[in-house]
Ligand binder design. Structure first.
Ligand code: DGJ
Length: 365
């Protein structure tokens, strides 16, 4: 818009501005006109320069390096194994097992805005603190955090187990705020079903599921949750006889994807992918993905990062016993889930722009 148009549109409504306009036109002789054109070119160049430099600044790459323990802002190792992430605004919360005391895990919570700085938010479920059984006759594995849209409460589902894995139970904890205090809602076998290694899945419509290894490790059980996310209301056996655990699900476009492992204790094994058009039925026979030990990991979750340009899916796995349980590493690398296939390639270093939801490989620079 040139100066005259500006005056016409904005200010020609009153006589005072009309007088100003006439004065201005009188001022514009040929020399001034040339100066104005030069000024306009200068302004255009400045605008272009600012636009480019703002775009360059808007790209913020966070580098994720796999293979070592993360450290929190207090200088302690991040102890959050077998867990998952929950995004609240531009903060990601990471919940997981604290394996400092290897065989008595309880539950830690961390927060981050950039996946580099990890703030320890506290031990949200503690041995002997949250319930007397925990740390004595029961231990927690694979705690998974969700926020229930109906109640606004934060809900943790987990594997609630005895030392010999004979209890085969789940437990549910709930809190009004993400940092706790969390209280036990109930513990036991969901719908009476023996339930071990587990995960949760919140679908794009807000429906939530608990999914666990059932029937003495033969099957997976999909449990639809009540609308307050605290109870199982139906049980559907999946992948019957396939002996899968560590299930991690994502819903992308019109398909559901599940990455899982075989049941080999702490020893890594071949990850497999299965795909279905519906979450409760029609899962294909699982197919091997990646190398034969899932790059020495076992799935804990699939993290979805929705950005302004794209949605990134990040495989989050545990590199257990590396070399002991407290030193187990959290491994994260981007995966592509498209047309019923997964690109499942380990990257030791890669970068993500959390705002834009795009990632790039940087293993060679
Ligand atoms: C593998 C599971 O995924 C872990 O959570 C844990 O239960 C170990 N097995 C125990 O052997």
């Amino acid at each position: 818009m040139n100066l005259i148009n500006f005056f016409c549109i904005k200010n020609l409504k009153n006589l005072k501005n009309l007088k100003n306009l006439i004065n201005l036109i009188n001022l514009i002789n040929l020399k001034n006109l040339i100066n104005l054109i030069n000024l306009k070119n200068l302004i255009n160049s400045l605008v272009l320069f600012l636009a480019f430099s703002t775009a360059a600044q808007a790209q913020q790459w966070t580098r994720i390096e796999n293979g070592r323990l993360w450290t929190d802002t207090n200088g302690n190792s991040v102890q959050a194994h077998g867990g998952n992430f929950l995004q609240v605004g531009d903060v990601w919360y990471l919940v997981g097992e604290d394996r400092t005391d290897s065989w008595n895990p309880d539950v830690n919570l961390y927060s981050t805005r950039d996946f580099r700085q990890w703030k320890f938010e506290g031990k949200i479920i503690g041995n002997g603190v949250t319930t007397p059984l925990l740390g004595r006759t029961r231990m927690i594995e694979r705690p998974k955090l969700m926020r229930c849209p109906k109640t606004g409460k934060f809900v943790v589902w987990c594997h609630w187990e005895a030392k010999d894995y004979g209890a085969s139970e789940a437990a549910v904890f709930q809190s009004d705020s993400v940092g706790g205090p969390y209280q036990l809602v109930w513990a036991g076998r969901p719908m009476g079903v023996k339930s071990r290694d587990c995960n949760v899945f919140v679908d794009t419509d807000g429906a939530a599921y608990f999914i666990s290894t059932t029937n003495e490790n033969q099957d997976l059980g999909l449990f639809a949750l009540s609308d307050d996310y605290t109870r199982a209301i139906s049980h559907t056996p999946l992948l019957i006889g396939q002996r899968r655990e560590a299930p991690a699900l994502a819903h992308v476009d019109s398909l559901y994807y599940m990455i899982s492992s075989a049941c080999t204790g702490w020893v890594p094994n071949q990850a497999q992918l299965t795909v279905s058009a519906t979450v409760g039925d029609g899962w294909q026979v699982p197919q091997p993905i990646g190398d034969n030990v899932a790059y020495r990991t076992q799935a804990s979750s699939i993290l979805r990062i929705e950005g302004t340009e794209a949605t990134a899916y990040i495989y989050v796995g545990d590199r257990w016993m590396d070399p002991d349980l407290p030193s187990s590493k959290i491994i994260m690398f981007p995966i592509e889930l498209r047309d019923g296939q997964v690109t499942f390639e380990y990257r030791d270093k890669w970068e993500i722009d959390l705002k834009r939801g795009v990632w790039r490989d940087c293993s060679d620079h």
